[in-house]
Design a protein around this ligand. Structure first.
Ligand code: FAD
Length: 344
């Protein structure tokens, strides 16, 4: 089965699905409201399931060659002492968002992407056998299909992230009172950093000061690797955003319209899984359509394979968001994390 597909959103999900459908002979049009691929962005951890999806797209080796191998992570207290280590059996790779986009958007996509095309009303889309909402957490397609009940849920935490020059060789996440700070390697001799802070903790520090002063105030007296990163942060390049996740949907499709990635199951970034689950969606949807007798059967199979699985990851990510930014029972959470880390 290979027909005409319209995809809204040329993010990780839209580009991955576009490639997979084109390889199966589909006529693909991807509408993206931005005028070009993003040129800045921080690191994304590609877990083994995402590497398998990238392999299915024929792109895994490019990520292995150009990204940074990650063999685990250390969880630290603010004084720098470790309380847990994650050492997964299979390695992951860290790759910056712009590099991942560059790998996904090569000649295999041809001129399928229509840049600067903002689709807010799916009713105005041209006719197609398949319409895909790959339009991210605020998906207009999801809202149009499912209404206000599909609005994202606030997590009452704020993320800050950025990239600084210089290399580090390991991944660390430091957990303190209502806030965390993460440091990871990134390709090109750069270091990726992120912080996640509870709203109430932020309110105690945020007196209209700059984001750099705010981070300095939030992480003052934490171990020296954090101050070393913060001393290099360029204020103009800090990405600051309130965090949300998605309430569970009863179905990822309606008629011939289907959702993938954050549009279907946006999650807290604390497990580092959103982009990974998005890549798995794209490959699963293409495979389900390839082996089904009709678009409807393909969408039903995709929904059966992916919805509960992705919603489980949303729940785990929400739990990690709460645990990592907890203000009470922090010794207990460290013990819990130590146990959980053994199963990663
Ligand atoms: C702070 C933070 C850290 C993260 N860290 C990680 C990590 O380490 N590992 C990981 O796996 N994931 C991580 N994620 C999650 C990851 O970024 C997302 O899950 C992933 O980007 C989802 O891809 P997507 O293609 O579904 O959506 P998006 O990447 O959001 O792409 C959606 C696209 O649709 C376009 N669009 C939106 N509306 C319209 C419209 N009306 N018309 C046309 N185009 C439209 C947008 O411009 C965009 O290009 C993190 C997220 C955050 C916020």
């Amino acid at each position: 089965m290979a027909e005409r597909a319209i995809i809204v959103g040329a993010g990780i999900g839209g580009l991955a699905l576009g490639r997979a459908l084109k390889a199966d002979g589909w006529d693909v049009e991807i509408h993206e409201r931005a005028s070009q691929l993003p040129t800045t962005g921080t690191a994304l951890g590609m877990w083994p399931e995402a590497m398998e999806a990238l392999d299915a797209l024929g792109l895994g080796d490019q990520v292995r060659d150009r990204g940074v191998l990650q063999r685990g992570a250390q969880f630290l207290r603010p004084d720098g002492t470790a309380f847990a280590h994650v050492r997964p059996d299979n390695p992951s790779y860290l790759v910056s968002r712009p590099l991942l986009y560059e790998i996904l958007h090569d000649e295999a996509l041809g001129d399928s992407v229509v840049w600067g095309s903002d689709i807010n009303d799916p009713g105005k889309l041209p006719a197609a056998d398949l319409i895909v909402g790959a339009d991210g957490i605020n998906s207009p397609l999801r809202q149009a299909g499912l209404g206000p009940k599909a609005a994202p849920r606030p997590l009452r935490t704020v993320a800050f992230r950025g990239v600084v020059p210089g290399s580090v060789d390991s991944v660390t996440e430091t957990w303190g009172d209502g806030r965390i700070f993460g440091i990871t390697p990134q390709e090109g001799a750069t270091t990726n950093w992120f912080a996640c802070v509870r709203h109430d903790v932020l309110a105690d520090h945020d007196n209209g000061i700059s984001n750099t002063d705010l981070l300095g105030s939030l992480f003052r007296d934490w171990h020296p690797a954090i101050s070393a990163v913060l001393s290099k942060v360029d204020a103009g390049q800090i990405d600051r955003r309130n965090l949300y996740d998605a309430a569970p949907l009863g179905s990822f499709f309606q008629d011939n319209m289907v959702l993938i990635g954050d549009a279907a199951h946006a999650m807290a970034p604390n497990a580092g899984r959103g982009a990974c689950e998005t890549l798995v969606d794209a490959v699963d949807l293409a495979t389900s359509l390839r082996s089904a007798g009709s678009v409807h059967d393909g969408l039903q199979n995709y929904d059966r394979h992916r919805r509960r699985q992705a919603q489980r990851v949303v729940r785990v990510s929400r739990l990690l968001n709460r645990m990592s930014t907890a203000r009470r029972f922090t010794t207990l959470r460290h013990q819990m994390m130590n146990v959980l880390a053994r199963f990663a």
